[in-house]
Design a protein around this ligand. Structure first.
Ligand SMILES: Cc1cc2nc3c(=O)[nH]c(=O)nc-3n(C[C@H](O)[C@H](O)[C@H](O)COP(=O)(O)OP(=O)(O)OC[C@H]3O[C@@H](n4cnc5c(N)ncnc54)[C@H](O)[C@@H]3O)c2cc1C
Length: 309
C-alpha cells in the first residue's frame, strides 16, 4: 500500500492512494493511480502543486473519454477535477465561461437556452471543458478553437496563467499549450445570436447523427486514430479487415471502424495491441501512418519472469 507523502497530507479535497482508475474512464479498464487527488477548488489544487516535488509525475483526467490507462497504472499524482470546477455562467456579448470539469453537453445546453449559437457541436462530445481545450475537440465541421476566447490554467508549479487563442496553439485535435503540462481550470467561449429553438433543432440533428454513426453506449475511447491528411482512419482500418476484429476482449466497432471497444473482458493491453496491430497492417498495405488520437497513459503491467532451477 502506498502511503501519503508529506506534501499531500494537508491537501483539501479527496486524496486516495492506490486508487483504481477504471471507474473513471470510458473504457473501464486500466490500473491504479499511485495517488488520486480530487481538489475541491483551484486554490486547493494550486497549493498541492506548489508543494509537490518537481520529479513526481503529474497526470490530469477529465471524464476519461479519450484516454487509455494502461494495466500497470499511473505513477505519481493523478488529478481529477471536482465540484469547484463545475461553474458555468453566461456573460456579455454571447460569451459563456465554464469550469474545466463542466461537461461539454452542459456548455451546449446552457448556450442554447441563452440564445448563443455556434456552441452546438459541444453536445456531440462526451468530455469536459478541460479535455476540449487539450484536444481541440470538435465534430461536424466545428471545433473548440472556432469559439475559444480565453482559458485559465495552472502551471505545474501552481501559478495561474491566462491563455489567448494564440497562446493555445490549436491544430487538429491538439493544443500546443497542453504539452507544457498546464492544468486548465476554466475557459470562455463566444458564439453569436440565434433563437433557442433554432439552436436546439441543430443540436437534435447532431445527437441523431451521432447515435446513428458512433457506438455511444459502448465502453470506448472515441476516435482511436487521427485522420491522416487526405484519408479517413475508419476507411483504412476497414480496408485492412479490422472492422469488428481485435485481440482478447478488445475489438474495433462494427458501427464505426475507428472506435476501439472493450467488449467486457478486455485489458488495456488487449486494446492497445488491437490498435497497434491494425496500425502496422495499414502502414504495410498502404504506406499511410496512423497516429493515436487516444492518449495512452501510464505503464503496462510488469511481465513476471519465472526462474527455473
Ligand atoms: C463515444 C465517444 C464519442 C466521441 N466523439 C468525439 C467527437 O466527435 N469529437 C471529438 O473531438 N472527440 C470525441 N470524443 C473524444 C473525447 O470526448 C474528447 O477528446 C474530449 O475532449 C475529451 O475530454 P475528457 O474530459 O474526457 O478528457 P480525458 O479523456 O479525460 O483527457 C483527454 C486529455 O486531456 C487531458 N486533460 C483533461 N482535462 C484536463 C485539464 N483540465 N487540464 C489539463 N489536461 C486535461 C488529459 O490528461 C488527456 O491528455 C469521443 C469520445 C467518445 C467516448
Amino acid at each position: 500500500m502506498t502511503s501519503l507523502p508529506d506534501w499531500l497530507q494537508g491537501a483539501d479535497g479527496a486524496v486516495m492512494p492506490d486508487a483504481p482508475l477504471a471507474p473513471y474512464v470510458w473504457f473501464r479498464v486500466g490500473g491504479a493511480a499511485q495517488w488520486l487527488f480530487m481538489p475541491k477548488t483551484p486554490e486547493d489544487l494550486a497549493q498541492v502543486l506548489r508543494t509537490k516535488p518537481a520529479d513526481v509525475p503529474l497526470t490530469v483526467l477529465g471524464v476519461g473519454s479519450n484516454v487509455l490507462v494502461r494495466d500497470g497504472g499511473i505513477r505519481g499524482l493523478v488529478v481529477r477535477l471536482g465540484s469547484g470546477f463545475n461553474g458555468i455562467a453566461v456573460g456579455d456579448d454571447h460569451t459563456l465561461r465554464a469550469g474545466a470539469a463542466v461537461p461539454d453537453a452542459m456548455v451546449a445546453k446552457t448556450a442554447a437556452k441563452a440564445g448563443i449559437a455556434g456552441l452546438e457541436f459541444f453536445c456531440g462530445i462526451p468530455g469536459t471543458v478541460g479535455g476540449a481545450c487539450v484536444m481541440n475537440a470538435g465534430c461536424y465541421g466545428a471545433e473548440t478553437c472556432d469559439v475559444f476566447v480565453e482559458a485559465e490554467a495552472l502551471t505545474p508549479d501552481g501559478q495561474t496563467v491566462r491563455l489567448s487563442p494564440e497562446d493555445m496553439g490549436f491544430s487538429y485535435r491538439r493544443s500546443q499549450a497542453a504539452s507544457r503540462g498546464l492544468i486548465f481550470v476554466a475557459a470562455t467561449f463566444k458564439g453569436r445570436a440565434d433563437t433557442p429553438a433554432n439552436i436546439q433543432a441543430r443540436m437534435d440533428e447532431i445527437s441523431a447523427r451521432r447515435a446513428e454513426s458512433q457506438p455511444i453506449r459502448e465502453k470506448t475511447g472515441g476516435s482511436t486514430f487521427k485522420n491522416p491528411d487526405g484519408h479517413k482512419s475508419w476507411q483504412l482500418i476497414d480496408q485492412a479487415g479490422w472492422r469488428g476484429r481485435g485481440v482478447g476482449g478488445a475489438k474495433f466497432s462494427d458501427l464505426h471502424a475507428n472506435f476501439l471497444i472493450n467488449t467486457g473482458t478486455a485489458t488495456a493491453a488487449d486494446l492497445e495491441a488491437t490498435g497497434e496491430q491494425a496500425r502496422r497492417q495499414v502502414k504495410d498495405q498502404t504506406g499511410v501512418e496512423l497516429h493515436w488520437e487516444i492518449k495512452r497513459l501510464g505503464e503496462p503491467m510488469p511481465v513476471s519472469h519465472t526462474v527455473s532451477s
